[in-house]
Design a protein around this ligand. Structure first.
Ligand SMILES: [Fe+2]
Ligand SMILES: [Fe+2]
Length: 296
């Protein structure tokens, strides 16, 4: 088996928190899984993508650039934002787990940087466009920035006041919403969109391959956050805190994803995607032991 062959590409991590024989053993199992499912962005072949992007219409090429720039910025932000958790978490298993997640997030940033350099930039040049940087302002919008600013603040708050409640809020922002709702929904949509199933959108096999690896890593991260929040609720954190924190963020996720799929997007089932956000929200709440009431 090569490093790029996968034995499990499911949405959730192969290590399910709900089926764990013991919640305390969970970080250790996630570390083992991270090591076993290692992958390298540089080993992903993007030669077919370099050819295929030339078939994208001007609008679709701009959409692809916007998606990759936003996802790359998101991965860059979460790599930095995770550091406070590495400071406050105790126990060698949890610290080892966070080390694997920091590495995963850095690897995700590398994947997007590499794709921009190898696929996007040469295509911009061949179309005679002014080359853009993925971090340029034109690729981000207010709600997306707001979502990541709030997440960054919730993580930084841990260094000022480390309580069960601030931890629960941090995990709700980072692991349950940004990773567990936004990334899982948007990454799956991108994977489907460029898989060759849509007549009007060419297949981008390198991109799809990369997103499969990303989603598997993210499933592991969500699994860690779910287990942590579930323990905090068991220890007395008010379930209403969990619901409120997530529900304050979901509208920002909706506008972010809506922006990605609209504007005459070919093959975008907009209502279906928005429903998937609700389903992901309910699923996260169920996983942490909170009965999901309807969002108000
Ligand atoms: Fe990531
Ligand atoms: Fe992640």
């Amino acid at each position: 088996m090569t490093v790029l062959e996968c034995r499990d590409m499911s949405e959730e991590s192969p290590v399910s928190p709900l089926e764990s024989s013991g919640l305390n053993e969970h970080p250790k199992r996630l570390v083992r899984s991270a090591i076993e499912y290692h992958w390298d962005p540089a080993a992903i072949d993007v030669r077919a993508d370099q050819e295929a992007v030339s078939e994208l219409s001007r609008v679709e090429f701009t959409r692809l650039r916007g998606l990759l720039a936003q996802f790359g910025a998101g991965e860059r932000a979460v790599t930095t934002d995770l550091a406070p958790l590495a400071v406050v978490l105790d126990g060698s298993d949890e610290q080892r787990y966070i080390a694997t997640q920091l590495y995963d997030e850095a690897r995700h940033t590398e994947l997007f940087d590499r794709y921009w350099k190898r696929v996007i930039r040469p295509e911009e040049e061949s179309r005679g466009l002014i080359p853009t940087e993925p971090m340029a302002d034109r690729w981000s919008h207010d709600d997306y920035r707001e979502l990541f600013d709030r997440t960054s603040n919730a993580m930084a708050r841990l260094l000022e006041r480390d309580t069960s409640e601030t931890r629960a809020r941090a995990f709700c922002h980072y692991h349950l919403t940004v990773e567990g709702i936004l990334a899982q929904t948007a990454y799956r949509w991108v994977e489907t969109r460029y898989s060759g199933e849509l007549e009007a959108v060419p297949e981008l096999p390198g991109l799809v391959n990369g997103f499969r690896y990303l989603r598997r890593d993210e499933g592991r991260h969500v699994s860690f956050g779910v287990t942590k929040v579930r323990k905090l609720v068991d220890k007395g954190v008010d379930p209403e805190t969990i619901v409120e924190t997530i529900d304050e963020l979901v509208p920002l996720v909706e506008t972010t994803i809506d922006q990605m799929v609209r504007d005459g997007s070919i093959g975008a089932d907009r209502n279906g995607i928005l429903n998937r956000i609700d389903t992901a929200r309910d699923r996260r709440l169920e996983q942490v032991g909170v009965v999901p009431s309807k969002r108000t």
